[in-house]
Design a protein. Structure first.
Length: 159
């Protein structure tokens, strides 16, 4: 756990966020299974697929996205790991509140905090506040009209 906290602190300092190992494994598994599904639909063996259906992430994502839309229509949530970069430039990893899953094997405790801080930064910027600084727990914004700085902290409540 201490290694994860250290890595999260380093990512907060650089602004770089990466998928967790479990997220990367899940994303790779989804791509591989989607490709295998397409091979089956086209009745291709591995050798034929290499020639007639080259690996194309754009095609795989379109098939996956369409499938997710259909499943959502019937009330199913699908874990689709990703890293987002909103207008503020601060990156965050997807969270349970976005995908709608009840639980996730790809999550860690820092991910929801990242998403919340990113959304707060985006909202502050759209409302005329300038994001001055921040770390893994807070952001500092400036109201230029009043020449005042504010610190916004996000922390998980016990319970």
């Amino acid at each position: 756990m201490e290694d994860m906290e250290k890595k999260t602190e380093e990512m907060a300092e650089t602004g770089e966020v990466e998928m967790t190992q479990r997220m990367a494994e899940r994303a790779g598994w989804i791509d591989t299974q989607t490709y295998w599904y397409l091979m089956q639909l086209l009745e291709l063996n591995v050798d034929q697929a290499q020639e007639r259906l080259p690996w194309d992430i754009e095609i795989l994502r379109k098939v996956f996205d369409s499938t997710v839309s259909i499943l959502k229509e019937y009330g199913h949530a699908v874990c689709n790991p990703y890293v987002a970069t909103p207008d503020t430039g601060r990156q965050y990893r997807c969270t349970l509140s976005e995908c709608g899953c009840e639980s996730c094997n790809c999550q860690d405790e820092f991910m929801e905090k990242e998403r919340l801080l990113s959304n707060i930064e985006d909202t502050a910027a759209r409302n005329g506040f300038k994001v001055m600084d921040g770390d893994k727990d807070c952001i500092i914004v400036r109201n230029s009209e009043m020449d005042m700085d504010f610190e916004i902290r996000v922390g998980q409540l016990a319970g």
